[in-house]
Design a protein around this ligand. Structure first.
Ligand code: UDP
Length: 329
C-alpha cells in the first residue's frame, strides 16, 4: 500500500509508520516537527520505503501534491495537552480543526481509498456509564477535546457529503515507548518516568484510585491498520481501548517508588473505560499488550525520558493554574 501518515514523527504516528513499514508498505510522513521529533523515526530513516516531508498540515498547497496515488491516509497530526489548549484555543483550532480540513481536502482530491482519523475519548468528558459506548453523550471539557471532536465531525461529514471512506478511531489513554516529552505538563507516563529516573516521588493526583483505560500504542497502531484494511470500517466511529481500566495506584506499584499527592483537577473523570464491543465485532480486533507488559516496555526504555522535564508539586501547581482557574468553577 502507498500510505501517508500526518504527525508521523510524533508518539502515535511514529508507531503507525513503523508498523506500516514492517508490513512492506510505502510511507510518506508529513510532520511540522512542532512537537514531533526526528529522533522518533531515526531507526526507520534508512528504509527506502519511507519519505519524510517537513511541512505543516494547514499549508494546504504544500501538502496536497503528496497525496497523489496514496491508498491510505492516517491523520494523526494534532496538538495535544489540556493546559496549552486552554491558553491558546485559536492555535489548537487551527491545527486540529483547520489542519484536519486541509488534510481531508487533499485526500478527497486524490481519491484516497481509506482515511483513518485519530479521535479522542476526551469527547465523552465525564460520562454517565462505564464502559462507555460510542453512542454516549458528547461533553468536551476543554478546547483540546472540543477541537478533536470538531475534527471528527468534519471527517464524518466528508464521508456523508463526498463519500470519502473514513474511519474515526477514539483512542483511550494511549501510552508506550516514545510518548511525548515536550515541555508542557502532560500525560501521566512522561511525568512519572522522569520522576522515577530522578528518584523523585510520583505526583499522584487525588488518592490515586481513579482509573484509566491505558491502551498500549502498538495495539492502537494495529487497530488503525486493521480499520484501513477492512471495508466495513468505512463511515464508522470506533472506540479503541485496552478492554480494562487501571488505577494510578496500580501504575505506581508497577513503576515502584515513593509518592506525593496533588489535588484533583476540575473536569477530570474518575474513570475512563472504553466499551470496545464494536471494534471487536466489526474488525475482529483485540488488544494484545497487557498493562503489566506495556509498563515494563516503558521501564526498559526509560532513558528516552532523561531530558524530559521533571515535575514536582510546586511546578505542577504553577503549570496547572489556568486549569483550576477556568475549569474549576
Ligand atoms: N495523574 C497523576 N499525576 C500526574 C498526572 C496525572 O496521578 O502528575 C493521573 C490523572 O489524575 C489521571 C491519570 O493520571 O487519572 C492520567 O492522566 P493524563 O493527564 O495522562 O490523562 P487524562 O487525565 O487526560 O486521562
Amino acid at each position: 500500500m502507498r500510505t501517508l501518515v500526518t504527525g508521523g514523527c510524533g508518539f502515535i504516528g511514529s508507531h503507525i509508520a513503523e508498523a506500516l513499514l514492517m508490513r512492506g508498505d510505502e510511507v510518506i510522513i508529513i510532520d511540522n516537527l512542532s512537537t514531533g521529533r526526528l529522533l522518533n523515526i531515526e531507526h526507520l530513516r534508512s528504509n527506502p520505503n519511507l519519505t519524510f516531508v517537513e511541512c505543516d498540515i494547514s499549508d494546504h498547497e504544500q501538502i496536497e501534491p503528496w497525496f497523489k496515488n496514496i491508498d491510505w491516509v492516517f491523520h494523526i497530526a494534532a496538538l495535544a495537552d489540556i493546559v496549552p489548549s486552554i491558553q491558546m484555543p485559536l492555535l489548537y483550532h487551527n491545527s486540529n480543526v483547520n489542519g484536519t480540513i486541509s488534510v481531508l481536502e487533499a485526500a478527497r482530491k486524490h481519491d484516497v481509498k481509506r482515511f483513518i482519523y485519530a479521535a479522542s475519548s476526551s469527547c465523552y468528558g465525564i460520562p454517565d456509564a462505564y464502559p462507555t459506548l460510542e453512542s454516549a453523550e458528547i461533553r468536551p471539557q476543554y478546547p483540546y477535546a472540543t477541537t478533536k471532536y470538531l475534527g471528527e465531525q468534519y471527517v464524518m461529514n466528508w464521508h456523508y457529503i463526498y463519500e470519502l471512506p473514513v474511519t474515526s478511531m477514539r483512542f483511550f489513554n494511549v501510552y508506550g515507548t516514545r510518548s511525548r516529552t515536550s515541555g508542557t505538563y502532560g500525560a501521566v507516563f512522561g511525568v512519572f518516568l522522569a520522576q522515577k529516573l530522578n528518584k523523585k516521588p510520583f505526583t499522584v493526583v487525588g488518592n490515586g484510585t481513579q482509573t484509566r483505560d491505558f491502551t498500549y500504542v502498538s495495539d492502537i497502531a494495529n487497530a488503525c491498520i486493521t480499520a484501513a484494511e477492512h471495508p466495513d470500517a468505512a463511515g464508522e466511529i470506533m472506540n479503541v481501548g485496552s478492554g480494562n481500566t487501571y488505577s494510578i495506584n496500580r501504575l505506581v506499584e508497577l513503576l515502584g517508588g515513593e509518592v506525593t499527592y496533588i489535588p484533583k483537577r476540575p473536569g477530570e473523570p474518575d474513570c475512563t473505560f472504553a466499551d470496545i464491543s464494536k471494534i471487536r465485532k466489526l474488525l475482529n480486533w483485540e488488544p494484545k499488550v497487557s498493562f503489566e507488559k506495556g509498563v515494563q516496555k516503558m521501564i526498559d526504555q526509560i532513558d528516552y525520558w532523561r531530558e524530559a522535564p521533571l515535575w514536582d508539586q510546586l511546578s505542577i501547581a504553577e503549570a496547572t493554574k489556568d486549569w483550576f482557574k477556568y475549569l474549576g468553577k
